[in-house]
Design a protein around this ligand. Structure first.
Ligand code: GUN
Length: 277
């Protein structure tokens, strides 16, 4: 059994991004917008800004109060859409309840949609013509690639159908020629379906949901979950119970997590190269 080390892969990709930015002599820019005081979101945003500094991306940071109106936020997005120094715009989710998330995200120029959440970028991915793709599933694909894990012809099972992870993950794994099944809260025989998985991606957000009896001997298990239990971080997979059945497994923390921000940096450079200047 091999534990997939997301920190090492992440660091390697960041070095590549840094080198490419230096070689091209360019200055990609990323705007990061956070509304409100959610402590976990604040940590993510701080790490995104730190990541920018590390690779030579100019960051523009906007921390808005919880009471920010929809009009104010839309105005900020419009100004970032028009700012030629900004190649990527990220609005940290979740947003406070009084803000219409879909409306806010729709306002981001698709060429600056480094989250890959827009209808255009999701549509391009679905058509097999990816441009900017969602960061977490992109990070999963990079980990599989880096560890030489074969995807073609394999049975891949995703637990969770979110717009951020499950759906884009489905298209990415299908594009690499696996047979993909998506399970969710209404799936009836989830255990049997998971038992058939060569590659199992857990992205439902429930601590220790995946137990040893759900995992096939020799499976690759990818844990996208970030849950806090008694102040401790844990994934959607019962790591201790499952690990000995796997050929590869990602830990939490230190697996998929570090890749998400790295893919955001990657997308910012890509947005510059595709549409920028
Ligand atoms: N909140 C949790 N994950 C993400 C993400 O990938 N992007 C944004 N914008 N917000 C998030």
């Amino acid at each position: 059994m091999t534990i997939i080390d997301g920190k090492i892969v992440s660091e390697k990709i960041r070095q590549d991004i840094k080198k490419e930015i230096e070689k091209l002599g360019i200055q990609p820019g990323l705007a990061v917008v956070i509304v409100g005081e959610d402590p976990a979101s604040k940590v993510y945003v701080a790490n995104k800004i730190k990541g920018c500094q590390q690779v030579g991306i100019k960051s523009f940071s906007y921390a808005l109060s919880e009471s920010t109106s929809e009009e104010e936020l839309l105005e900020l997005i419009d100004s970032l859409n028009n700012n030629r120094e900004v190649h990527g715009i990220l609005v940290q989710l979740p947003l406070p309840n009084h803000l219409d998330q879909a409306k806010i995200l729709e306002r981001i120029e698709v060429k600056k949609d480094v989250d890959g959440f827009s209808a255009y970028q999701m549509g391009k991915l679905a058509l097999g013509q990816p441009e900017l793709t969602a960061c977490t599933p992109s990070g999963v694909m990079q980990l599989l690639k880096e560890y030489g894990i074969e995807i073609s012809g394999k049975n891949a099972v995703i637990i969770g159908r979110s717009n951020i992870v499950g759906k884009p993950m489905f298209f990415m794994l299908m594009q690499e020629n696996s047979t993909v099944t998506v399970c969710h809260s209404r799936t009836k025989n989830i255990k049997e379906i998971c038992q058939n998985a060569d590659i199992l991606v857990a992205a439902l957000g429930r601590a220790n949901f995946v137990t040893a009896d759900m995992v096939k001997q020799g499976a690759v298990v990818i844990d996208v979950g970030i849950n806090r239990v008694d102040g401790k971080l844990c994934g959607d997979v019962d790591f201790q119970a499952v690990k000995d059945k796997c050929s590869f497994i990602t830990p939490v923390p230190g697996g998929v997590g570090p890749m998400t921000i790295t893919m955001l940096l990657y997308n910012t450079l890509k947005a510059y190269k595709l549409y920028g200047k």
